[in-house]
Design a protein around this ligand. Sequence first.
Ligand SMILES: CC(C)(COP(=O)(O)OP(=O)(O)OC[C@H]1O[C@@H](n2cnc3c(N)ncnc32)[C@H](O)[C@@H]1OP(=O)(O)O)[C@@H](O)C(=O)NCCC(=O)NCCS
Length: 154
Amino acid sequence: MLLKIRPMVHNDLSGVLYIESLCLKNCWSIESYAILIENSYSVCKVAELESTIVGYITGLYSLDTGDIYNMAVRPEFQQKGIGKVLLNNEIDEFYAKKVAKLFIEVRKSNTVAFNLYKEVGFSTISLRKNYYTNPIEDALIMIFVMNSHKKMSV
Ligand SMILES: CC(C)(COP(=O)(O)OP(=O)(O)OC[C@H]1O[C@@H](n2cnc3c(N)ncnc32)[C@H](O)[C@@H]1OP(=O)(O)O)[C@@H](O)C(=O)NCCC(=O)NCCS
């Protein structure tokens, strides 16, 4: 099966919200996604397998700084490399847009996401105490510096 990574469009939002409801504790509204994908400085992508959305990633940049907001892969498709392909693809697009540094936040207990971010080249720069709610938890702030970035996605 061929994995396709493409920009997120309005028609994808029900599939994205479904994955989000399965994977994340604090879900965004459909309106928030709709506003984000219409922003010309957003970088939002879906991973598709035979017309089914199996994962997504969202982010936004301003000048040379980008932020990755959310990413998730449908539970039954996790641990197959899809998250890494999505994240590398997102980094490549930020790089093409001349973003120099990219930030991501992760719950301290989310070792799976933390391992993924570390593996693609993010490093931890700080901790925000009690940053998350539902449940309350610290956030690790991670940075990816584009200096030595080489295109990773296929
Ligand atoms: C985080 C998430 C997107 C990873 O997607 P994925 O497709 O399963 O990840 P991949 O298969 O590409 O794995 C990439 C790396 O992540 C880490 N990883 C993946 N599954 C892991 C597990 N069960 N335990 C520890 N590390 C794991 C590993 O470093 C892995 O690299 P490796 O295969 O070379 O060891 C997915 O687990 C998910 O949707 N989680 C719930 C939502 C979430 O936490 N999103 C992030 C916060 S917004």
